[in-house]
Design a protein around this ligand. Structure first.
Ligand code: HEM
Length: 414
């Protein structure tokens, strides 16, 4: 099936019909994005009932445009906007999200982000290098002699959750439980979620919050050298974070801190093995490794769409938006814009073109980008160096979800 046969396009109205549950789409969305660039980079997606942008310049500008925000309830009420009331069965989820960085706009966003950012970037990231290296080797030691492995469960799942848990100060043995909570929780962000997903996410949010609350109490009494203790005990302009703010922040860091990185490790390995480049050349030195990691992020981004509310009436690319309208920004498609990238569907680590938008831009730019990049720049070269004969044992299975893009399984042998 060709990409254009998955799309029904009304050219004049720039309307597109596209089923996110069609495996031909979610298994290879890049083909559809290329077709959209050719016919209508800005389009109204009938099934989602809103406008979407795929053009690099539009996505990049909208991420930074302060007339748009991730939140709108700071300037208007639900009644004014005609928004439905919150669902009673997602109240724990909503409470956990209430103070998430991803749900806030300035001034709250600035206050929370400043506090986390300081600890996050400057104090903790670089010093994790030896730990990430050691963990990567330990994991490979476990399966090297087997001659085969399923890389997501034996490797990709473990590195990001272990690192973010250590950084925040959650005991490492909680890793498997954190993964369970997080998997249930992030179903809320998927297209075509079911009511069962909502109940499961709410249960996960309740248990996750209770657990974080107990750790906060411990750190209040006995601070350690970890991010949670830092958040509990640091004041910003004379104020401490509230319990709710601490819980939301810890949860968003734990969830965002591994889900995307897990997929990115899997997607990168798949991209490299599917290319005709030799891993030795791709990872020959730090600069080549960095270019390889960035090109994998461009062509195989793990999270495809982020949304914004129009905070005022505004026109973009000839489309008039009313205050409260939502727009979708397809980051993964912007990374394939033929106006910015030559042969956009081809993996070319040597390219020296626009930076990829996989970590976003503007005030919500991924706070974990330095950590995710460090993990990828350390784990990928070690994997390929230790297992030089690495190859696919079977066709990788893409996860049956959208707008996350990752693998269900990645069976490898060497
Ligand atoms: C390859 C891995 C990752 C990708 C592709 C990714 C992608 C993104 C993107 C696109 C955004 C911006 C969302 C928007 O503008 O609406 C974002 C925000 C965020 N990310 Fe990441 N992320 C990754 C890893 C991480 C890690 C490791 C952490 C945590 C340590 C993290 C924590 C966050 C947080 C807290 C935000 C919200 C920031 C804010 O709203 O100010 N992410 N991420």
């Amino acid at each position: 099936m060709t990409a254009s046969s998955l799309l029904t396009v009304d050219h004049g109205a720039r309307q597109v019909s596209l089923d996110v549950r069609d495996p031909a789409f979610y298994r290879d969305p890049n083909q559809v994005y290329a077709a959209l660039h050719a016919v209508t980079p800005t389009f109204y997606w009938k099934e989602q009932k809103q406008w979407y942008f795929t053009g690099y310049d539009h996505v990049n500008a909208l991420l930074r445009d302060r007339r748009f925000g991730r939140q709108i309830l700071h300037i208007a009420s639900r009644e004014q906007l005609g928004m439905p009331a919150p669902l009673p069965h997602t109240r724990h989820f909503d409470a956990a999200e209430a103070w998430s960085l991803l749900e806030l706009e300035p001034p709250e966003h600035t206050r929370l982000r400043t506090l986390v950012n300081r600890a996050f970037v400057s104090r903790h990231i670089e010093k994790m290098k030896p730990e990430i290296t050691e963990l990567t080797h330990q994991l490979i030691d476990r399966f090297e002699k087997d001659g085969k492995t399923e890389l997501l469960s034996s490797f990709a799942d473990i590195i990001p959750v272990t690192m973010i848990a250590r950084m925040i100060g959650i005991p490492e043995e909680m890793g498997p439980q954190l993964l369970k909570w997080s998997h249930a929780y992030v179903r809320m962000y998927m297209f075509a979620r079911t009511e069962d997903d909502e109940y499961a996410a709410d249960r996960a949010a309740e248990e996750f919050s209770d657990y974080i609350r107990s750790i906060i109490a411990e750190r209040r009494a006995n601070p350690r050298d970890d991010l949670l203790s830092h958040m509990v005990h640091t004041e910003h302009k004379g104020q401490y974070l509230t319990e709710e703010e601490l819980i939301s922040t810890a949860i968003v860091l734990l969830n965002a801190g591994h889900e995307a990185t897990v997929h990115q490790i899997g997607n990168s390995v798949r991209t490299i093995l599917g290319s005709d480049h030799s891993p030795q050349a791709l990872f020959r030195d730090a600069a080549a490794t960095e270019r390889t990691v960035e090109e994998c992020l461009r062509i195989g981004a793990p999270v495809h769409i982020f949304e914004r509310y129009a905070l005022e009436n505004v026109e973009v690319d000839g489309i008039p938006f009313q205050r409260g309208d939502k727009v979708g920004l397809i980051l993964a498609a912007a990374n394939l814009d033929p106006k910015k990238f030559t042969d956009p569907l081809v993996f070319k680590p040597e390219r020296n073109e626009a930076p990829n938008l996989s970590f976003g831009a503007g005030i919500h730019f991924c706070i974990g980008a330095p950590l995710a990049r460090l993990e990828l720049n350390i784990a990928l070269p070690i994997l390929f160096e230790r297992l030089p004969g690495l190859k696919l044992a079977s066709e990788p299975v893409v996860k049956d979800v959208y707008h996350f893009h990752g693998l269900e399984r990645l069976d490898l042998e060497w």
